[in-house]
Design a protein around this ligand. Structure first.
Ligand SMILES: Cc1ncc(COP(=O)(O)O)c(C=O)c1O
Length: 455
């Protein structure tokens, strides 16, 4: 197929996700054809720094033949067998490895193929667990404003982005929202002290549990660092207080680490970085660095326990979950993490990454740089002193009308997002070093300077 054919066929037959397809009536569909390390190349040979690791996925970077070879070996040995009543060696080995890496007694791994399925599975497990335990009225889930937890019906009900829900309502009942930990936009009465703000935000979870009735609440779903809205780290003590609240009311704490696990924050699990013990961790993305799809949840012994006797069964499964090729790929991916000490690379360089991005705060449009590890959000504002944000029209012109294209044209793949206030998001592969940070800063500086002139 020639390039022209690819372009025409994409326009005619391919449906892009979360994309205004009308845009491609008048412009080309970007076609990425190969990757190498921290870079990808389009069909015209142009190079881009993959500043978002695809979609928070490519932890070890592109073109790792070692992983590709592990996939080929597994496919020729055993391409497929389900985990429905059977096991296969690479799923067993990966479950054992993940249980060894996960904090505390999170020892049981249930695989899925994606993050949405992981979230969906965790909610279903929480409901089924409480039914087995004799608390059948617990079904509600608490999650935070603007937090993204996936798109399948259950995961969408957990998601806190109101704008992406109406087209699909009614959703499963039971999703309850609480404030997130965006300190930059903290309510006035609690905006002076980060720790106090964290206590307030955690206590909002307790208030929600009491409002709903503790006997009706099954779980709280939280990301270690909330992605949507632009990287909200937890204030000091936040998760410790949330853990206490969950224990007080017998509610499960689910750490949704679809983005934050496998090195994004410099640890295998984000909960490890912030020192809290979840009851369930959901993961996906980085577990394979995207060389094959895989997700899952890792569950505490106590949650597994009622399913270990008599006829008790978790009546839930997915044909391709724990696929042999994907689990073999994950093992090879984790080998690279160890051989190259990628967690060490993130921990060693995260301050330099942050400092490089913080140079941008001399621009009038940059309100705040926030995040942790290799995971940052840059909030764009109209007025730095008052923190005034852009109105819907300005945001539309700024992000969709200019920044998204301009950043891509300048050779940087990142996300310009206004699901909360307008932000630029960065989550590069974990192999990146200062030269990549500098490249990101230079492209952002030029593009944001131009954006400010156009507003
Ligand atoms: C925190 C979180 N949970 C769940 C999901 C859904 O994952 P997937 O797109 O693999 O279904 C995502 C996707 O970005 C996510 O960031």
């Amino acid at each position: 197929m020639t390039d022209l054919d690819l372009q025409a066929a994409a326009k005619e037959h391919l449906w892009l996700h979360f994309t205004r397809m009308s845009t491609y009536g008048s412009s080309d569909v970007p076609v990425i054809v190969r990757g190498e390390g921290a870079y990808v190349y389009d069909d015209k040979g142009k190079r881009y720094l993959d500043g978002l690791a695809g979609l928070f996925v490519s932890m070890v970077g592109h073109s790792r033949t070692k992983i590709a070879e592990a996939a080929a070996k597994q496919a020729s040995e055993l391409a497929y067998f389900p985990l429905w009543s059977y096991a296969h060696p690479s799923a067993i080995k990966l479950a054992d490895r993940i249980a060894g890496l996960a904090p505390g007694d999170l020892n049981r791994v249930f695989f899925t193929t994606s993050g949405s399925e992981a979230v969906e599975s965790a909610w279903k497990l929480a409901k089924a667990y409480f039914k087995l335990k004799g608390e059948p009225t617990r079904y509600k889930v608490i999650s935070r404003d603007i937090a993204y937890h996936g798109t399948s019906m259950g995961a969408l009900a957990v998601t806190g982005l109101s704008a992406i829900k109406p087209d699909f309502e009614p959703l499963p009942p039971g999703g309850v929202r609480v404030p997130n930990t965006n300190f930059y936009r903290a309510p006035d009465f609690i905006s002076q002290d980060l720790e106090q703000f964290g206590i307030w935000a955690a206590d909002e979870i307790e208030r929600a549990i009491l409002r709903e009735g503790p006997e009706s609440v099954a779980a709280v779903f939280l990301e270690p660092v909330q992605n949507s809205g632009g990287c909200f780290p937890p204030p000091p003590g936040y998760f410790q207080r949330v853990r206490e609240i969950c224990d007080r009311y017998g509610v499960l704490l689910v750490s949704d680490e679809v983005i934050c696990a496998f090195g994004r924050l410099g640890y295998y699990f984000g909960s490890e970085r912030y020192g809290y013990q979840p009851d369930i961790i959901t993961f996906a993305k980085g577990v394979t660095s995207g060389y094959s799809p895989l997700g899952g949840m890792v569950v505490r012994d106590e949650i597994m326990e009622p399913f270990l006797s008599g006829p008790a069964t978790f009546l839930h499964g997915i044909t391709f979950a724990g696929h042999p090729v994907s689990t073999a790929v994950a093992l090879a991916n984790l080998d690279i993490f160890e051989e190259e000490d990628l967690l060490g690379n993130v921990r060693k360089n995260e301050d330099a990454f942050r400092a490089t991005l913080e140079k941008l705060t001399d621009l009038p449009i940059v309100g705040e740089v926030r995040g942790a590890g290799y995971f940052y959000g840059i909030e764009l504002v109209k007025d730095k002193d008052t923190k005034e944000t852009f109105d819907d029209d300005e945001s539309e012109r700024l992000l969709r009308g200019y920044l998204s294209h301009a950043l891509f044209d300048a050779g940087l793949i990142c996300r310009a997002d206004d699901r909360g206030d307008p932000v630029i998001q960065l989550a590069p592969p974990l192999i990146c070093t200062q030269e990549h940070f500098d490249e990101i800063e230079q492209v952002l500086r030029a593009t944001l300077t131009e954006a400010w002139k156009r507003i």
